[in-house]
Design a protein around this ligand. Structure first.
Ligand SMILES: Cc1cc2nc3c(=O)[nH]c(=O)nc-3n(C[C@H](O)[C@H](O)[C@H](O)COP(=O)(O)O)c2cc1C
Length: 180
């Protein structure tokens, strides 16, 4: 395989698009878009630019929900990724419905097929990676659309409709997991 050296600002090789929802310090529901995540057992790790409204609220309120975006919600994800909660109550601008979680003090987005309810446990801000805030959180609950669940209550892998975010800092785009 012939390879070419590249000098990109970043290389995002395909991460699920997430709408992260929370109540801010004033109890107002808000939402941001992220793609930097992984999960292992009951832990989730997320990465943020340190100046965002959502991360700075979550550092104070602790609870939030990771909502996995499907192909019907690309425009909403773009909106939440271009506007900041510091000046925009994003739920008021979108047809997304915040439903209170039963296990954390944060709203679930009704229109998203998978929601993972989380509480912040750790914040990492290192001089080695200036401008980036990484967090760890404990997973307190998970809710999944019935359409993703088989008769035994297990996940139907083939039904997943996640969107993967791919980019090099200049070119960016989405790949769709479910073939229409
Ligand atoms: C597809 C997509 C993925 C994104 N991923 C991240 C991310 O992983 N971390 C991050 O800090 N910002 C990410 N952003 C940018 C934020 O969503 C954007 O800066 C947003 O305006 C921040 O809103 P807030 O100030 O309300 O938190 C992403 C944007 C898009 C459209």
């Amino acid at each position: 395989m012939k390879k070419v050296k590249v000098n990109y600002e970043k290389l995002y090789y395909g991460f699920p698009v997430i709408l992260l929802s929370y109540y801010d310090k004033d109890g107002i529901p808000n939402v941001t878009t992220i793609s930097s995540s992984y999960t292992l057992k009951d832990m989730v790790a997320l990465g943020f630019s340190c100046g965002g409204y959502a991360i700075n609220q979550i550092k104070e309120v602790s609870d939030f929900v990771i909502n996995i975006v499907d192909s019907k919600l690309v425009q909403e994800a773009e909106f939440c990724g271009k506007n900041t909660g510091s000046v925009c109550k994003k739920f008021e601008s979108l047809n997304l419905t915040p439903i209170p979680s039963e296990v954390v003090n944060a709203p679930i987005i009704d229109e998203c097929p998978i929601s993972i309810e989380c509480t912040l446990t750790d914040v990492f801000e290192s001089q080695n990676h200036k401008g980036i805030t990484n967090i760890l959180a404990s997973i307190k609950g998970r809710v999944i659309s019935e359409s993703y669940i088989d008769e035994k209550g297990r996940i139907k892998v083939s039904e997943f409709d996640n969107i993967l975010y791919i980019g090099d800092g200049v070119n960016r785009g989405y790949r769709y997991m479910k073939k229409e």
